[in-house]
Design a protein around this ligand. Structure first.
Ligand code: MN3
Length: 197
């Protein structure tokens, strides 16, 4: 069974102008799709082709000889998680259980927002900023380079922000801080609450 490109959870122009339909055309229609196509190409005829996407990531993580499989499978998963971390007319103050969990871990939403933004802006080169739930239940901010994902190390991902240049170059050019600031108006707290539960 081939790996497939999941449908977007909203219309491709639904996040505009914060994230334009043109960015979605490239980021989802070309980059995300290419990870799916490459995963299918590299998995063909190997033990990976019959595994779930999640199992492929776990089985290939940390193994230099499996780098192509890991990079493409993790990027398929990371991007699907990223699209679900976004919603039209979302953002604002966190709602539900995630609000209390953020206060407990970071002191306040304002402090969390500052720390998460600094982490996302400070990630050198391509990568991701994450809100994760550790195995002890506490929340933490992490950044990962390239395709690396906290999911591969057994952590529960709660939210993510893609800070590869392809995520923002059409709409914000080189201004990653502007993209990070804008991201807060699209954060899907319902998705965060589902991941926290
Ligand atoms: Mn991307």
């Amino acid at each position: 069974m081939a790996f497939t490109l999941p449908e977007l959870p909203w219309a491709k122009d639904a996040l505009s102008p914060t994230i334009s339909a043109e960015t979605i055309d490239y980021h989802y229609g070309k980059h995300h799709k290419a990870y799916v196509d490459n995963l299918n190409k590299f998995a063909a005829g190997t033990k990976y082709e019959s595994m779930s996407l999640e199992d492929v990531i776990k089985a290939s993580a940390g193994q230099p000889s499996e780098k192509k499989i890991f990079n493409n499978s993790a990027q398929v998963w990371n991007h699907t998680f990223f699209w679900n971390s976004l919603a039209p007319k979302a953002g604002g103050d966190p709602k539900g259980a995630i609000a209390g969990a953020i206060d407990k871990a970071f002191g306040s939403f304002a402090d969390f927002k500052t720390k998460f933004s600094e982490a996302a802006i400070g990630q050198f080169g391509s990568g991701w900023a994450w809100l994760v739930k550790n195995t002890d239940g506490s929340l933490a901010i992490e950044t990962t380079p390239n395709a690396e994902t906290p999911f591969a190390t057994g952590k529960r991902c709660v939210l993510t922000l893609d800070v590869w240049e392809h995520a923002y170059y059409i709409d914000y050019r080189n201004a990653r801080p502007k993209f990070v600031e804008a991201w807060w108006t699209l954060v899907n707290w319902d998705f965060a609450n589902k991941n926290l539960a």
